[in-house]
Write a protein that binds this ligand. Structure first.
Ligand code: F6P
Length: 321
């Protein structure tokens, strides 16, 4: 039987472009003659029955906004047997035929659990971390990288003015992509990511080499999941070279802000595709982008995939510094 009513939620850490994805889901659903509900506060809203009917106007003036108009949460209730059961009951009582989940790894795993209990779900990659292996890009990553590049540009100025070592910590959980992409794009001197092993002596030597070569600044870009913390790097530099450093933790600044054009377009394409796929009867899928094509694949398989090696980019960062 053809689906009649779908719902959409955003879950986990918000990411710029989530609103563009919600908008695309709602408007594509309406264009297909479906009823569309928004679920507020992610899986917590599913447990609590926070379903709101969406119309075209409810998603206007939204494409350019960061955050998520449906709000988000990291729901503990949904992880319990009782909460999960309540979520299933809510989906049934609101007669939802298909659910679109926009979120990162944990959120898509929640979607898979729902799928295993008979709910038709389409997972859309929404996280700044870019840590979902099945897709080239996640919604929000590009904006976060641009935010980081802009901040690192400011730090470069003051680093050069004082001849000071600047250590910047960027987000990404266990994934180094934000640090790697932003580090290369902002001409970082040393990029430290979880995907590589490092020797602290090498890091300190490179700082001295840069200084001796006449560089005024020294920018060390560190992913939050990297083998050395910013504090450890600062201490080692101080101890082994006598040079002073300052640490900037960019933090949640990276999660907000108006989404880049790339993220708006990506989110719009993914959102529309997710609705089309559910309408075609697909049941447990992850929607992503590969080689600029939007595609879907089995959700369980998508979550099993290993992230690609970043050898080429890591090497590039080392050569261009
Ligand atoms: O997954 C997005 C992310 O911003 C990660 O980069 C970071 O490790 C984490 O969320 C921070 O989570 P919270 O906002 O709950 O502290």
């Amino acid at each position: 039987m053809a689906i009649q009513r779908i719902a959409v939620l955003t879950s986990g850490g918000d990411s710029p472009g989530m609103n563009a994805a919600i908008r695309a889901v709602v408007r594509t659903g309406l264009a297909r003659g479906l009823e569309v509900y928004g679920v507020r506060h992610g899986y917590q809203g599913l447990v609590d029955g926070e379903f709101i009917p969406m119309d075209s106007v409810s998603v206007s003036d939204m494409i350019q906004r960061g955050g998520t108009g449906l709000f988000t949460a990291r729901s503990k209730d949904f992880m319990t047997e009782e909460g999960f059961h309540r979520a299933l009951m809510m989906l049934e009582s609101f007669k939802i035929d298909g659910l679109i989940v926009i979120g990162g790894d944990g959120s898509l795993r929640g979607a898979l659990d729902l799928a295993k209990n008979g709910i038709a779900v389409a997972g859309l990659p929404g996280t700044i971390d870019n840590d979902l292996a099945y897709t080239d890009y996640t919604i929000g990553f590009d904006t976060a990288v641009n935010t980081a590049v802009s901040a690192i540009g400011n730090l470069r100025d003051t680093s050069s003015a004082h001849g000071m070592v600047t250590i910047v910590e960027l987000m990404g959980r266990h994934c180094g992509d934000i640090a790697l992409f932003a580090g290369i794009a902002s001409g970082g001197d040393i990029i430290v990511v979880p995907e590589k092993e490092y020797d602290m002596d090498d890091i300190c030597r490179q700082v001295v080499e840069g200084h001796n070569a006449g560089k005024l600044h020294c920018l060390i870009i560190v992913a939050e999941g990297a083998p050395f913390s910013c504090a450890e790097i600062r201490e080692a530099i101080q101890e082994r070279t006598g040079m002073e450093s300052r640490i900037t933790v960019l933090g949640h600044v990276q999660r907000g802000g108006s989404p880049s054009a790339f993220d708006r377009l990506l989110a719009s394409r993914l959102g529309a595709y997710g609705v089309d796929a559910l309408a075609e009867g697909k049941k447990a899928i992850a929607v992503g982008i590969r080689n600029n094509e939007i595609f879907d694949m089995d959700l369980a398989e998508a979550l099993e995939m290993k992230r690609p090696e970043r050898t080429e980019l890591i090497r590039l960062g080392e050569i261009l510094r």
